[in-house]
Ligand binder design. Structure first.
Ligand code: C2E
Ligand code: MG
Ligand code: MG
Length: 496
């Protein structure tokens, strides 16, 4: 009995103990859970705070880096980045035996723009200039602003130093166009100095210094000019470079003029036409012949502006002569295939003739045979439109290329001008004489006006006349001369 009671009590105590244990562990678990939740919450809170701090720190670092890596005004790579890049280009060029150029660009009178129009305009201008340079160089090359109005850039992997000159020229051309900033139209002038690796320096420091020296040389020669540091190394092409560079100058037309050479009808000794021939009085080289500089003008595209100026000047002179009583039938203007390629050329010519009130048939456009053959399919349309507008087309220097005779009718040509080499050779070379005879017969049968060029002697004149060629041009009748009043011209002719 006691045993039974004892066991029951023992069991009850055991049950109570177990219950206590359970309750204790439940409490502990609850407490632990609360502790866990609390620490999880505080962990999350500190994590968020940490992340916030981290993002603040990242922003700060980005700002610092941006200021170190980029110029704040132009957003171009900062000087240090540029110098590192230059160092890399130098290593690569050394390793693979390549040439590259460092170019310094200076914007003239920039301070005056800042002072007159304020920093906002000045800063926007600098930013635009940076964009222009970026557009003109390849993506692998970089440009940076070094000082207030000075930019520096690299042109890597050069085949020949002259390639850097073309880029410099292009940038100067682009920068000479007007800028439109905050309702202001701004015109700037600039200069570029070029130093080439390895001949102008084999270290970053030297190349930068020499490009700067080249810039000072260029500046001393006038606005919108570039120059090489050691220009004497490019003696062969220096003249070409200077001419190309000078052609970029906006004031170039001040140094241009037209000379006129008469075309005579030898049957009555009258002037039927005056041919306008371009002359360039270069500040360094004196008078430069068109045969030399037109090539560069064609390469750079400047020929379009020049051609327009020539056309305008010649047509105005024609009108002036007419008003002085000079009964001149035609004015002849030489044009380049680049003009004939340009889609609006015939429209521009018609517009000009309308503006100066000149009859289209008075204008003869001369295109050389060689130039015609360069892009015959492209220019054919323009030739037809010009013909349709009433303008006459002459093939200049005829007989110097193997032009298919079919083109003569296909291109709606009105005149052919026998090249002066044929005229000069015909007296001494019987096969050349046969060619001249054939050209005379050809012109007759196709009903084309025929002019013989480069007639220098009475014998040549008489021979051409005996073949039936009556229109002639050459030193025998008059060399190209600046435009003079008709009264003076008449007097000079009467003396002959
Ligand atoms: P071209 O149209 O055949 O002009 C005739 C060239 O021969 C001129 O040279 C002229 O000075 C020269 N000449 C004239 N008579 C004689 C002569 O009796 N004997 C000799 N030996 N030469 C004579 P220039 O002025 O140097 O012009 C050379 C070429 O340049 C022109 O040849 C023409 O193709 C081109 N040119 C001239 N002005 C212009 C222009 O405004 N625009 C374009 N696109 N080309 C032009
Ligand atoms: Mg000509
Ligand atoms: Mg000619």
């Amino acid at each position: 009995m006691y045993d039974y009671a004892f066991v029951t009590i023992l069991l009850a105590v055991l049950a109570l103990f177990l219950l206590y244990q359970n309750l204790l562990s439940a409490y502990k678990i609850k407490h632990l859970k609360k502790q866990f939740n609390d620490s999880e919450k505080s962990y999350r809170e500190s994590l968020a705070e940490h992340q916030h701090l981290l993002s603040q720190l990242t922003d700060l670092r980005d700002d610092v880096q941006k200021n170190l890596l980029r110029d704040s005004v132009t957003e171009l790579p900062a000087r240090q980045i540029f110098e590192n890049h230059l160092q890399q280009v130098l290593h690569e060029s050394e390793r693979y035996h390549l040439k590259f150029a460092v170019l310094f660009l200076n914007i003239n009178r920039f301070k005056a723009i800042n002072a007159a129009l304020g920093f906002e305009v000045g800063d926007t201008l600098l930013k635009e200039i940076g964009h222009i340079v970026q557009r003109c160089i390849r993506k692998v090359d970089i440009v940076s602003r070094f000082y207030g109005n000075e930019f520096v850039f690299v042109v890597s992997q050069l085949n020949k130093p002259e390639a850097a000159a073309y880029i410099a020229k292009r940038i100067l051309d682009e920068l000479s166009k007007p800028f439109h900033i905050m309702n202001h139209e701004l015109f700037i002038t600039s200069n570029i100095g070029i130093a080439v690796f390895p001949q102008d320096g084999i270290e970053v420091k030297t190349l930068l210094k020499n490009a700067d020296t080249a810039l000072q040389q260029a500046k001393s020669r006038g606005p919108n000019i570039f120059d090489f540091y050691s220009s004497e190394l490019y003696n062969l092409s220096r003249r070409e470079l200077v001419l190309t560079s000078s052609l970029g100058s906006a004031s170039i037309f001040q140094d241009f003029s037209l000379h006129y050479q008469p075309q005579m009808d030898v049957t009555d000794n009258s002037i039927v036409c005056m041919e306008a021939l371009l002359r360039w009085q270069h500040p360094d080289f004196g008078l430069v012949a068109p045969g030399e500089f037109l090539r560069f003008a064609e390469n750079s595209g400047k020929i379009l502006d020049i051609g327009e100026w020539v056309l305008q000047t010649a047509c105005k002179q024609f009108k002036a002569w007419q008003s002085q009583g000079f009964k001149l039938k035609n004015i002849a203007v030489n044009i380049s295939f680049r003009q004939l390629e340009s889609p609006h050329f015939s429209y521009k010519v018609s517009q000009l003739l309308h503006d100066v009130k000149m009859s289209p048939e008075c204008l003869v456009l001369e295109v050389t045979e060689t130039e015609l053959l360069r892009q015959i399919d492209v220019i054919e349309k323009n030739l037809h439109m010009l013909k349709h507008a009433g303008v006459q087309i002459a093939i200049d220097d005829f007989g110097t290329s193997n032009m298919s005779l079919l083109y003569l009718s296909r291109l709606l040509v009105s005149q052919i001008k026998i090249d002066r080499t044929l005229v000069q050779e015909m007296m001494v070379n019987s096969s050349t004489d046969s060619i001249v005879k054939a050209v005379v017969a050809l012109a007759k049968s196709l009903d084309l006006t025929l002019v013989a060029e480069g007639v220098e002697t009475e014998k040549q004149k008489e021979h051409l006349l005996s073949l039936g060629c009556t229109l002639m041009q050459g030193y025998l009748f008059g060399a190209p001369q600046p435009a003079t009043d008709y009264a003076k011209l008449k007097k000079a002719l009467e003396k002959k």
